[in-house]
Design a protein around this ligand. Structure first.
Ligand code: DX5
Ligand code: ZN
Length: 216
């Protein structure tokens, strides 16, 4: 089953709690939380206090996408703040195997993200330990960017690599997804779809989510 993970980066921050209730009720399986440090990506977003404040609002999975350097420094704090699944960037961590194992040892789901310019080949050896691979379909840092078409090949490659080792895995795609291309990423093999602007656009959360689901 394909799951939707709305990215709250595009939500109205003055009404964040209320907007999370709406995506929950409209059928979001995951809540995508984009954490940015101003170093790994050229933007800064939010982290622990906001996550803690939001945690009681929904039981849905907190899908935390860490766009930060050396994410291993903060895994415990993200877990304390309510993360259910933690995705770190391959490019940001020299000891990715250790970090994945640490996340899993704490009973949480572990994901690894790769930027558009990073080949799927780098994930070959760690694939068997992962719960999720995140294929970035824009250069991370901002919502509302244009989908990079060659990401479709990368989704197919991960799907094939996983089936070669007989592994069921979550394949998440993030960046520039809307009603015009959601069918293509699903066809390529993505089963967790992140969407920010396409969900929160025009304060029509319920309608927007329905339209995306129809596209699947
Ligand atoms: C980009 C973030 C995305 C982003 C998606 O750095 O990781 O999650 O918010 O937003 P849209 O769907 O607008 O591209
Ligand atoms: Zn993201």
């Amino acid at each position: 089953m394909v799951k939707l993970s709305p990215s709250i980066l595009s939500a109205d921050f003055a009404r964040l709690g209320e907007q999370i209730k709406r995506i929950d009720e409209a059928g979001a399986e995951f809540i995508h939380i984009d954490v940015m440090d101003g170093k790994f990506v050229p933007n800064i977003s939010f982290a622990f206090p906001i996550m803690k404040a939001l945690r009681p609002i929904t039981k849905k999975i907190f899908d935390v996408h860490l766009m930060i350097e050396e994410p291993s420094r903060f895994i415990d704090e993200f877990i304390d703040s309510g993360a259910d699944m933690i995705t770190v960037h391959y490019e940001a961590d020299r000891h990715i195997d250790r970090t994945i194992n640490y996340i899993k040892s704490k009973g949480k789901l572990a994901g690894v993200a790769i930027n558009p310019g990073t080949s799927t080949v780098v994930l070959k050896d760690i694939l068997s330990s992962l719960d999720m691979v995140l294929i970035m379909s824009v250069n991370p840092g901002f919502g509302g960017q244009k989908f990079i078409d060659y990401s479709l090949n990368k989704i197919r490659e991960i799907k094939n690599m996983a089936s070669d080792i007989g592994k069921e895995i979550l394949i998440q795609v993030d960046g520039g997804i809307d009603t015009t291309n959601i069918n293509k990423v699903v066809e390529a093999g993505a089963n967790v779809i992140v969407a920010g602007s396409a969900v929160f656009n025009g304060d029509k959360i319920e309608e927007n989510m329905e339209a995306l689901k129809r596209g699947i």
